[in-house]
Design a protein around this ligand. Structure first.
Ligand SMILES: Cc1cc2nc3c(=O)[nH]c(=O)nc-3n(C[C@H](O)[C@H](O)[C@H](O)COP(=O)(O)OP(=O)(O)OC[C@H]3O[C@@H](n4cnc5c(N)ncnc54)[C@H](O)[C@@H]3O)c2cc1C
Length: 541
């Protein structure tokens, strides 16, 4: 592998934009063939920082602008005009280098639904082998559902807090049973977090798929390279233009350009290249190459709330106190010497999937128990110890958009997730929050429970709704902005082979192609999309 500021060649077979979850997979898989030249462009830097490899480092990078684009949304009417925060990774590995490492695939019904929308090849039975191929599972080994031998390492946490067992017992007493594997036969239930980690270190997409390929001479990785647009010859993509250190460069793609620049970056790049809704292009003075009204539309994101409980049990929860500081210093030394201890925590140490409507086919709420006080993405700090329950809506019905602020690639796009635009989203999250409060009040927590940071009454739905509007925000899973669908769907941006409709030589490979958001965290599905894209691209040539 060549890491380069100025590549020796300006022509590659494939150019992939964005070194995140999907981009790393596609670059790695395509460059398995020594006969093709692959170039991966990433706007951020290399993933050398200890804040990436030490799992707890994300508690610093996610709230701050460290390896992070640190976007904000436009004011959200559903949040009483408050702006949401949208951290996204800006480094090799993309958000997989700053995320909480929770490995969840979603529900089998999510993929069957994609297939039913006119996307052949995307049903659960068809994508399951790709999930298995991608992972090396340390929790269960090879099973009907789980794989071994793949690049992405998935394990249980090495040093989980004792409060996880308390949470799991509280779930059981509240009617949510344990499930052996929420990525296996049954999602419904609770269980310890399966984390993208190995040996007490983060396993990002870059670490899994790119770092081991350092020996490949046909793979060039260019970091600090901000792609400005796709070069078009008529309706054919022929390369990309990027900026690095104030200099503008062009690269040419003999076969294809692949956009894997995230749910915000990919639609932004399409529009900057003249592909998108007519009015967006005209308003920003961009010449139209191809009108595609769906580009940037259909934005979906998981909205979540945090129920924060103070606790005097310093040995089981992270916090800011003399004791907490001493624990952190000790933990850093433990991690340096043994790769165990608090530093290996992903904070969100247990998961649960529940139904607010028992007659429903699929869980509609995801729970995550965090072993510390996590308020406003850890941007608000509080003295003392505690624990936090994330209550997340699995399948929001609200639909937002990503539009252009200007024709400058360096200007952030306008992000509007339209949280709570659909009334069902609020109704379901109120019910989920009530169940979350029941769990926190269950007997096993008696020895741990202090005051709630933001007290809310379980049987007062109006008060819960006001609380949600004040405190909810993203669970970090924007998707859908380059929706996959058949040609007959006017809002589809890519077809089932992930080729941009009406344009040649250009694919989008990322969570943005999801027509609907999966019921769970989005890294595992995005890696699967990368694996599938690699097969589609290889079989097409
Ligand atoms: C704080 C946080 C916590 C999360 N926790 C979890 C979790 O626990 N489990 C889970 O499954 N998911 C989690 N996610 C979501 C998950 O990380 C993403 O869904 C997943 O990483 C897929 O995103 P990506 O990295 O491909 O996209 P992005 O992070 O958006 O990656 C796109 C890449 O493209 C690059 N890029 C963008 N624009 C350009 C451009 N113009 N030129 C060149 N490069 C460009 C970016 O710098 C980035 O590296 C979390 C996300 C965040 C931010």
């Amino acid at each position: 592998m060549k890491t380069s500021t100025t590549p020796a060649t300006r022509t590659f077979d494939y150019i992939i934009v964005g070194g995140g979850a999907a981009g790393c997979v596609v670059a790695s898989r395509l460059s398995e063939d020594p006969g093709v030249r692959v170039c991966l462009l990433e706007a951020g830097g290399p993933d050398t920082s200890v804040l990436i490899h030490a799992p707890m480092g994300f508690a610093v990078s996610a709230p701050l602008k460290v390896h992070n684009w640190g976007y904000e949304t436009v004011p959200q009417p559903g949040f009483k005009g408050r702006r949401g925060y949208q951290p996204r990774g800006k480094v090799m590995g993309g958000s997989t280098s700053i995320n909480a490492m929770v490995y969840t695939r979603g529900h089998r019904a999510d993929y069957d639904h994609w297939a039913s929308l006119g996307n052949p090849g995307w049903s659960y039975d068809e994508v399951l082998p790709l999930f298995k191929r991608a992972e090396h599972n340390h929790c269960f080994g090879e099973t009907t559902y789980r794989g071994t031998g793949g690049p992405l390492q998935v394990s249980y946490l090495r040093s989980p807090s004792p409060i996880n067992e308390v949470f799991l017992q509280a779930c059981e007493q509240t009617g949510l049973p344990r499930t052996e594997d929420y990525n296996g036969a049954q999602q419904l239930g609770c269980g310890p977090t399966q984390a993208m980690q190995a040996g007490g270190e983060r396993c990002s997409a870059s670490k899994a798929y790119i770092t081991p390929q350092r020996g490949r001479s046909n793979l060039t990785v260019i970091t600090q390279a901000h792609t400005r647009r796709v070069l078009m010859d008529g309706k054919r993509a022929t390369g990309v233009e990027y900026e690095q250190g104030g200099q503008v460069h062009q690269l040419h793609a003999a076969r294809e350009v692949v956009l894997s620049a995230g749910a915000f970056g990919s639609p932004q790049l399409l529009m900057l290249s003249g592909i998108g809704p007519q009015e967006q292009l005209q308003a920003n003075g961009i010449a139209t190459v191809h009108t595609l009204p769906g580009v940037g539309q259909n934005l979906q994101d998981h909205v979540t709330t945090v129920l924060i409980q103070r606790s005097a049990r310093k040995e089981a929860t992270l916090g800011i106190s003399l004791n907490g500081l001493a624990t952190v210093v000790k933990a850093i030394f433990e991690w340096r010497n043994k790769r165990t201890g608090w530093v290996t925590s992903n904070v969100a140490e247990s998961q649960g999937f529940l139904k607010t409507d028992p007659s429903a086919d699929t869980p509609d709420i995801q729970l995550a128990l965090c072993t510390g006080i996590v308020d406003d993405h850890n941007r608000k700090t509080h003295l003392g110890h505690g624990y936090t329950l994330h209550v997340t809506l699995c399948r929001p019905k609200s639909r937002g958009s990503v539009t252009l602020q200007s024709a400058q690639a360096t200007d952030a796009p306008l992000i509007d997730p339209a949280f709570f635009q659909h009334p069902d989203d609020m109704a379901t999250l109120v019910k989920g929050t009530q169940i979350g409060l029941d769990i926190l009040q269950a007997k096993p927590f008696d020895a741990y429970r202090g005051e709630m940071l933001y007290p809310v009454e379980r049987n007062n739905p109006a008060q819960i709704e006001a609380f949600l509007r004040d405190h909810c925000d993203t669970e970090y899973h924007p998707c859908g902005t380059c929706k996959m669908g058949p040609h007959s769907d006017p809002m589809a941006v890519v077809d089932a082979d992930l080729r941009v409709h009406g344009v040649q030589g250009l694919r989008v490979v990322y969570a943005s192609i999801m027509p609907t958001l999966t019921g769970g965290n989005t890294t595992a599905p995005t890696v699967m999309i990368g694996e599938k894209a690699a097969d589609l691209i290889r079989s097409g040539h």
